[in-house]
Design a protein. Structure first.
Length: 38
């Protein structure tokens, strides 16, 4: 049972990382499409 909960936990962490990466990618694309003059 312990094994399973660890697996589920790592699945969730993986999803969080993917969401984070996705958000960063979207932000990066937005910056490329619409460059901000800073």
């Amino acid at each position: 049972m312990e094994q399973e909960s660890n697996y589920l936990k790592s699945e969730q962490e993986l999803r969080d990382k993917q969401d984070e990466l996705y958000n960063k990618t979207i932000e990066g694309m937005a910056v490329i499409k619409y460059p901000q003059n800073k």
